[in-house]
Ligand binder design. Structure first.
Ligand code: AMP
Ligand code: FE
Ligand code: FE
Ligand code: ZN
Length: 290
């Protein structure tokens, strides 16, 4: 365990590798976490558990505790919502079936999106996109990478801002799991469910306190990710107050994507060690393995 300046272990509970849309291998990510002075991380690739074994092995070598995680693509009323899942049984069949459906939803729209981009004067093929996706989960970030490689945009952010965001010219809708069903699937797989960056990127409108209350009281949501780079200081303060009123766990993270996001260096957000311990305790209580 690596001790931070404040005497506590530095813990970052939301990171990605090239198994989804980060740019590091799981081994590289864990080594970078050790170099960044983190004592524990959660690997939370989009809609897959595939990087976890490698990350755990690397963690044992590098002296970084690796919590098994996953970031579930869900929706409520058509608005995209990300759900962090910790400690799920990676062999749970209902969950694996649903994740496969979600990944097909992500990848199925790629041909339509590249056709739209081609019509918009940015010729692109599915093969160009696949060339940028060495892992399990293929999605818009890889379309963005292919656009960068062709010189159409300078970086992923620009691709999303100009062409790929929800409602933009090249955007195509896709399947993702209904949020309350996703929470239930995570719990049935012995996992702990935490809403990722709930009020980032204009999501405050879709997830008002009344709805968060319902998610906690009726669907037993475990926590809210508060200290995330997409939340400014006021948003964090407001969301922390909501979490306190609801009595749920408060987590923090970087949402590191390697070179794929520029505002998210490892350790950019941290989770208190007591919260980490409580997540591990709940996973154990539910019969899972962290
Ligand atoms: P998809 O699941 O295919 O809809 O892609 C969503 C992913 O794109 C999210 O998980 C983010 O990691 C990434 N993303 C969304 N907006 C941006 C952005 N502005 N810049 C870089 N990556 C983004
Ligand atoms: Fe991502
Ligand atoms: Fe996310
Ligand atoms: Zn993420």
């Amino acid at each position: 365990m690596i001790i931070g300046l404040n005497g506590g272990v530095r813990i970052d509970l939301h990171t990605h590798t090239l198994v989804s849309d980060g740019t590091d291998t799981p081994t590289q990510l864990v080594r970078k976490a050790a170099e960044a002075g983190l004592g524990a991380i959660a690997l939370t690739d989009h809609d897959t558990f595939d990087g976890l074994r490698e990350a755990k092995l690397a963690g044992a070598e590098a002296g970084v505790e690796v919590l098994a995680g996953m970031e579930f693509s869900t929706q409520t009323g058509g608005a995209s919502v990300h759900l962090l899942a910790y400690g799920c049984d990676p062999h749970n069949e209902p969950l694996l079936d649903e994740l496969a459906k979600v990944r097909v939803g992500r990848s199925d729209r790629v041909p339509t999106m590249v056709a739209k981009l081609t019509e918009l004067g940015m010729p692109l093929t599915v093969a160009d996109v696949v060339a940028h996706a060495p892992g399990t989960s293929l999605g818009r970030p890889h379309i963005a990478d292919a656009m960068v490689a062709k010189g159409y945009v300078a970086h992923r952010d620009e691709a999303f801002r100009l062409w790929l965001h929800e409602g933009s010219a090249a955007y195509v809708d896709r399947y993702s799991t209904e949020l309350t069903h996703a929470i239930e699937l995570v719990h049935r797989a012995n996992g702990v469910a935490v809403l990722a960056h709930p009020w980032g990127r204009g999501r405050r409108r879709d997830l008002p306190e009344s709805f968060l209350t319902e998610l906690v009281n009726e669907h037993h949501l475990d926590g809210l990710e508060v200290d995330h780079p997409d939340h400014d200081a006021d948003t964090r303060a407001d969301l922390r107050a909501v979490a306190e009123r609801l009595g749920v766990l408060v987590t923090g993270s970087s949402d590191h994507h390697g070179l794929g996001k520029r505002n998210n260096p490892l350790g950019a957000g941290l989770t208190h060690p007591d919260v980490f311990d409580e997540i591990v305790r709940r996973i154990g209580e539910r019969g899972g393995r962290s």
